[in-house]
Design a protein. Structure first.
Length: 236
């Protein structure tokens, strides 16, 4: 009986992981804004949806689901196995982990490493203050739990974690001047605030939507399979 129940839980987990893979895949197909400095590279609605997978599925399964969606998209689109394309798979995975995990160590260490890598580059060193953006996820995670895990700050921390990883890799692989990095400061601030708002709204919306669907169809799902925050449900 115990083994059968455990098997059912694993099946439900796989179903929801697959569901998030499908949604994440299609979210990557909807362009949101161009990536400055990269020809024919775009931010997509995936920037809003990707991080929340960690909250619903748990950090590990969230990362697995998002990585699977990214790899499927990579091969379906037929992207060239260029460094820039492979590089763009990494940032979202750290954002997923940040949004879904309450742990401080890795979520603080990643942006710290990004800051160091950025400043070690000759161009990054001239625009060192650009990396101050990445103190945001560090500060957020070091706050007391009731603040660090609130949706607006989690969203802000997650999007800047992705940004820190992406920028630290970018400065070493894409030629840009210090002036270009400095000119990006107001654009980055606006863009990331927009992404944070999108992540937060998407998270709250999916909480309500998934809870309603499970209620309507009388589907019982354990909390360790799908983590729904009851504060953001229609029945709350």
């Amino acid at each position: 009986m115990v083994e059968k129940e455990a098997l059912n839980i694993h099946k439900k987990k796989l179903i929801f992981v697959a569901l998030f893979v499908v949604i994440a895949f299609f979210a990557q197909r909807i362009n949101f804004s161009p990536v400055i400095g990269a020809e024919k590279q775009y931010f997509t609605l995936f920037q809003f949806f990707g991080p929340i997978a960690g909250a619903f599925l748990g950090s590990v399964f969230g990362v697995i689901a998002v990585l699977a969606a990214e790899l499927i998209n990579f091969f379906v689109v037929g992207k060239e196995a260029a460094l820039i394309n492979i590089m763009r798979l990494a940032p979202m995975l750290f954002a997923v982990y940040y949004f879904g995990s309450e742990k401080k160590n890795l979520n603080v260490i990643v942006p710290l490493i990004a800051i160091v890598l950025f400043v070690l580059h000759p161009v990054g060193r001239q625009a060192w203050f650009y990396s101050l953006f990445w103190t945001i996820p560090i500060i957020v995670r070091l706050l007391p739990g009731k603040y660090s895990m609130c949706v607006p700050l989690r969203s802000l921390g997650a999007t800047f974690t992705a940004h820190s990883v992406g920028s630290a890799l970018w400065v070493w692989t894409v030629p840009m001047t210090a002036g270009q990095w400095i000119a990006l400061i107001p654009i980055t601030a606006f863009e990331r605030l927009l992404f944070a708002a999108g992540i937060g709204i998407t998270y709250v919306t999916f909480n309500a939507l998934l809870d309603k669907i499970l209620d309507v169809f009388k589907i019982k799902v354990p909390g360790d399979v799908l983590r729904i925050d009851k504060r953001f449900t229609v029945r709350s």
